[in-house]
Ligand binder design. Sequence first.
Ligand code: A4P
Ligand code: MG
Length: 172
Amino acid sequence: MTQAALRAVRARLATDPVVRAAITAYLALGANLGEAQATVRWAMAAIAALPGCALGACSSLYRTAPVDSSGPDYINAVVEISTTLCAPDLLAQLHGLEQQAGRVRPYRNAPRTLDLDILLYGSAKIHSPKLTIPHPRMMERAFVLMPLAEIAPSLVPAAQLLLVAEQACQRL
Ligand code: A4P
Ligand code: MG
């Protein structure tokens, strides 16, 4: 292959979502308004149908007490995906699903019909105005760590699970 052809292939690999290598990412799902269990299950199926995304392991659903939030108990879960989307495009797709589920944002940490956060995106560390990865509060929260430990135990240090053990988080 000529140098020019090689450069063309490299350029395509860098920009084309169809041929970009798939990244393993972990997403947190949360809901505490409306039919929360049904919405979280719907979201799992909707994530599986997103362009450039394949759904991997899904945790159980967990009933959790609001943390720095209010309203009814939350339903939380974590899923693993394999995706060719870049992280900002993945976030945009997740925001689209939140919209479809009727999400409104009256104030920070308000009760919500559906929240979809990116916990981890491969080994990427991202600090942009719209995206922080790893999710900055994930290690403090039982509603993230317990479902994550269920599907990816190597990502959750046992000592960290102990630290959040007093937060109410019931596997359904
Ligand atoms: N953003 C930055 N990084 C990320 C990321 N890794 N994933 C930005 C997703 N979004 C990220 O999010 C606000 C902005 O964060 C977005 O526009 C995005 O650009 P949001 O979903 O509009 O609002 P939010 O979820 O209220 O804010 P935030 O900061 O994500 O809240 P937290 O810290 O995630 O807490 N208690 C229980 N039991 N269960 C819950 O699920 N969730 C929260 C939300 C609080 N208490 C809870 C639960
Ligand atoms: Mg969110």
